[in-house]
Design a protein around this ligand. Structure first.
Ligand SMILES: [Zn+2]
Ligand SMILES: [Zn+2]
Length: 245
């Protein structure tokens, strides 16, 4: 052990760090907020899923005979984003990891979220041509209260992994929407909530739109509508988690 490690060791003895999901004591060298067992239980989304919106299919044979088969929403709704993918389901222990960062500002959890995004962005975006990374923006009042913007940090992680620039200034939230549980209300609620800025920079670009959790697709769809109106050619969505009903 080196001398400079001493204070941290002393701190760990007095205040051992705990896994934020199962509360077991974390090994001293572990720089994560989940223990190894919980990390191994992260609910990653695996094939088969809808080729367009990425929602997992119940049957593992869903795409066996028709690889282009779309889910019901994608067949019935007019959605403006081109494709959507998520790293995992919004379930334990991924949900706890996201909430620890988002609501309690736990930085180790934030580091874990960024790490997961960095690790999976390349695989999930396959061979899409992407020019810019944006995030679903918070309204500036909410940003002031929260001090940091979780989705902007995830956008930075995805951009690093994919080697493309971040351009968060191109989309702003002009209406401070309330969270709604009803899907219909949600679509109405986010209508015209965003504005595309510096549209010259958006013209003809394929945009990757990043957020922490995809609950209904209403918000990302409205962002996609706004970006396309502003000149973007394609909008692909990537989130860390998605709610699966
Ligand atoms: Zn654990
Ligand atoms: Zn779909």
């Amino acid at each position: 052990m080196k001398l400079r490690d001493l204070p941290k060791v002393a701190l760990d003895v007095v205040y051992p760090r705990h896994c934020l999901f199962c509360a077991s004591i974390l090994a001293r060298e572990e720089n994560r907020s989940l223990c190894e067992a919980c990390w191994d239980r992260l609910p990653f989304i695996k094939s088969p899923f809808c080729p367009r919106c990425g929602v997992p299919f119940k049957s593992e044979y869903a795409l066996q005979w028709s690889p282009d088969h779309l889910c019901r929403d994608c067949r019935q709704l007019k959605q403006r984003f081109d494709t959507a993918r998520s790293v995992g389901r919004y379930e334990s222990p991924l949900r706890e990891l996201i909430l620890a960062f988002k609501l309690r500002g736990r930085l180790t959890a934030g580091g874990d979220c960024s790490f997961l995004m960095e690790q999976h962005a390349g695989r999930l975006m396959e061979r899409r041509r992407l020019d810019l990374v944006l995030n679903v923006p918070l309204h500036r009042w909410r940003l002031l209260r929260r001090e940091f913007d979780q989705s902007a940090l995830l956008a930075r992680a995805a951009a690093d992994a994919l080697g493309i620039p971040v351009a968060t200034h191109l989309l702003t939230r002009v209406v401070n929407t309330q969270s709604q549980t009803d899907v219909k209300d949600r679509r109405k609620n986010v209508r015209k909530a965003f504005s595309a800025e510096n549209t010259e920079e958006l013209k003809g670009k394929s945009v990757l739109l990043v957020d922490d959790v995809l609950t209904s697709s209403a918000t990302v769809d409205e962002c996609a509508r706004t970006l396309k109106k502003g000149g973007a050619a394609e909008v692909h969505v990537l989130t860390l988690a998605r709610a699966v009903w």
